[in-house]
Structures are given as structure tokens and as C-alpha cells.
Design a protein around this ligand. Sequence first.
Ligand SMILES: Cc1cc2nc3c(=O)[nH]c(=O)nc-3n(C[C@H](O)[C@H](O)[C@H](O)COP(=O)(O)OP(=O)(O)OC[C@H]3O[C@@H](n4cnc5c(N)ncnc54)[C@H](O)[C@@H]3O)c2cc1C
Length: 462
Amino acid sequence: MKADFAKFKTEIDSACFSEDPINNTLHSYDATNEFHLPAGVVRPRNEFDLQQIIRSANANFIPLVPRGAGTGFSGGALPLNKGGKLCSPSVVIDFLGMNKILELDEDDMVAKVQPGLVTFQFQEYVEQKGFFYPPDPASLKTCTLGGNVAENAGGPRCLKYGLTRDYVLAIDGFTGDGKPFHVGKGVLKNRSGYDLRHILIGSEGTLGVFSSILLKLRPKPEDRILFIAFFDDFNEATGMVNTLLHKGIQPSSMEFMDEFSVRAVERHGKFGLPLNYQALLLIEADGRSDEIPFLKRRIEDSLKVSAKEIRIAIEHYEQEAFWDIRRKTSPALRAFGNKKANEDISVPRKSIPAVIRGLREIADKNRINLINFGHIGDGNIHVNIMYDGKNPDDQFRVNLALTNIASLVNEVHGAISGEHGVGTVKKRFLPGNVDSVSYDLMRAIKKDFDPNGILNPGKMLY
Ligand SMILES: Cc1cc2nc3c(=O)[nH]c(=O)nc-3n(C[C@H](O)[C@H](O)[C@H](O)COP(=O)(O)OP(=O)(O)OC[C@H]3O[C@@H](n4cnc5c(N)ncnc54)[C@H](O)[C@@H]3O)c2cc1C
């Protein structure tokens, strides 16, 4: 398998290709803060360009790395220098030139989009038409729908509305050897054979390259209400999730921040948050306008039992200010270290108090800065370790802590990633988190979709 980069360049349309060093640098990173310079960047304008690029890359053993906005936290969009086993520098596929809404079918409430479309732009567009596309990763103003599907992105509203997976009806794209696939249909029920959509969703650019996606829409909720509550005791905050659900109250989001994340975001944005509590809960409920006063009363009554301070946002601008606190948390943590190891473990809700205790023990044992926030309603905790990436001793202790966290997750039968994916970052923990038969099946599936292993090599699987 000898890579022939010169031949690859002669076979693709030169108008789509760049080797400009500045452009390469702009495609060399993602939110892991790692850098790997690609050999070049291709920017397909349509499906024809895309197929030509993939076919030629496959014939010439050139690794391809699909890239949305590069906001991924697991290294999926990093063009690894050696391109895995192919030993050739990677070429990035940039989807900026394929970012259109192709169709909105108002009767069937579905929309067909190109993968480079920014999530928020799509949401704004459909909301103007009275529809709703719920998946809301905190990065939604930059990330793309292609990246969301490839990572099966979640977000706060998953609690009520589910993940990106729950909105993908069909995907068009190409396998690693350039064969076109049309997986799924514009129907709500589809039992025609194995459901290959669910293999492609969350495949992190390793199985196929998406060229268009058909998404399901919902009716837009009329109104919403938002609470921020502060707790002295972390267990009381986590217990609130089940308190509400068991009373039949279905919040759209339940987010939590530990005391360290509250301090970080307050220092970053001066939101006027009190700093003397163990946990903050952000709870949103939505629905018909006439349901909101009832939801407000029920949630407030429940919170009053254990929360020490409650704030309520009724107006849209107040709600956006509350959400800003949560969305700024991840960037605010940079103040605690130049490097961030970003785990997003997913555990059964009943294990959350034990897991949080276990995480604190891991932090103390390894002398690391460990900060937790996340989607508590889903049991999805973002565990952030902030450290000095230039200090080998810090790096060593962080690696130990990451191994300890993976073991803790396995002990409670959780998943090492709830929504950020495996990529390069959690690849070493995947074999311990799934059974060996499943792991071997994943490798076999990879081989079938991508026989020469050119799609995002070195990611997810060994
Ligand atoms: C501040 C911040 C907050 C975040 N909050 C959340 C959150 O709440 N929930 C959440 O789930 N994630 C979150 N993320 C992570 C990230 O935004 C998501 O994983 C997002 O889906 C990545 O989209 P992207 O367009 O940036 O993709 P990229 O990072 O560019 O790529 C991600 C993966 O998708 C693949 N890919 C991209 N396009 C295609 C395509 N057309 N075909 C096939 N594969 C493709 C890439 O190869 C890569 O493996 C956050 C990130 C940041 C920086």
C-alpha cells in the first residue's frame, strides 16, 4: 500500500484543492487543542467533486479526514501526520462549500441539508417557518450538521428531545472506496432490513463521508421557563432530577455545574453568581403557553424543598443570559490550565453521587484540577481536567487519572463517551468499555465500509 500523492493531485479538480501552508494550518486542529498539519485541503463543491476525491484517494492510498467546524472534543477532525497504517500525511475534506439547505418539506416536516451547514443557522431558518430542530450542542453557533451526525451530538435538550440520532431520517454519502450510498428514507417508520443509519451516525468520519442529510423536524414549542437553583449539597441537586421526573414533570433540560465551574464562569463573565454553594442546577421546561404557569409552579415548589437560592427567567432575553452561563463554562475553564482533558462519561442516573465522589478521590489521589459540569438529567457528566500541557509530570498524572476514570465508568456499567465520541482521545479505553465480540464486529464493519482504510485512519479503532 504505497501512497501516491502526486497522482492523487493530478486526478482531482485543482479548483477544489489547496496546499497553501496557511490554509493547512487553519485545518490542523480541533477543540482538543492538538495540531497536525495536513498535506492539503480539498473543498468539494458538490457530490460529483466529493466522489472524485474519494475514489482517487482510495486508489492512491491517501488518508482523508472529513471536517466540519473542528469543534470536536475527541480528535475526530485531526489530520494525523502518518494517517494511521497508511503512513501518508492526510488530506482534509472541508465542507464549507457544501453548506446549503436543499429542501424544506413543510407537509412532511423534514428538511434536506448539506453537511457543512452550521447547526444554529439551520435552527434559525426552520424556527422562522414555525418548526423546531431540537439537538443543541453548546457549540451550535459554529459546529456543522455533518459534524453533529458524525458525532451523534447531544446537548441540554436531549433530556426531552433525544440526540441528533433521533432526527436523522436518511443519509446520502460515499463509502471509503467511493461507492454512493442512500441510507434511510423520508418516512418516519422504516423496517427495510438492517438500519444502517445507526451505524453511520456517530461513526466519526471513519465509515463514510456524508454529502446530504434528511432531518426530521418538530412543531416549535410556544414558550419556555428557565430556573437556576443553587444547592449546599451536591446530592440534593442530583436528586432533583428524579424528584421532578417521578412527579411526571418532564423538563426539556437539566444541567448542572459544580462549585469549580461556577467559580470559573463567574471569573470569566461576571454573571453575578454566588460562589458559596456546592452545585448549580439549570432547569428548563417548554410547551404550550398555557402549560407554562403550571410547570413553573410545580418546579418551583419542588426546588424550594432543598435549593438555597432560586432564580427564574421568564423573558427570552433573561433566558438567553442564563444559558450563556452554561455555554461559557467550557471556554471559561481555560483559566485553570493551558490544556484540557475533556471526558464526557455517561452513567446510570442512580450512580451519579457515587461517581462524583469517585471523581473527587481520583482528583485528590493524582493531584489534578478536576471540574465537573454537564447534562445531569441524562447522567452525562463532562469531566474536565485542566493542566499545564508543557509539564511532563502534569501529563503523566493526567494520564493516570484518565485511566482511573475509565475504570470508574466500567465499574458502574457506564459509557466512556456520552456524546463527544472516541476519536484519538478515548481510543485506548474503548476495548475495555465494550465487549470483545462487539469490538471485533466494529472492526469488521469498518473493513466493509472502507476496504483500504483511507477514511479518518487512526481514529476510534485499533
Ligand atoms: C464549546 C464547545 C461546546 C460543545 N458542546 C457540546 C455539546 O453540548 N454536546 C455535544 O454533543 N458536543 C459538544 N461539543 C463538541 C462538538 O461541537 C460536537 O462534537 C460537534 O458535533 C462537532 O461538529 P463539527 O462540525 O465541529 O465537527 P468536527 O469537529 O469538524 O468533526 C467531528 C467529526 O465529524 C466528522 N465529520 C465532519 N463532517 C463529516 C461529513 N460530512 N461526513 C462524515 N464525517 C464528518 C469528522 O471527521 C470528525 O470525526 C462542544 C464543543 C465545544 C468546543
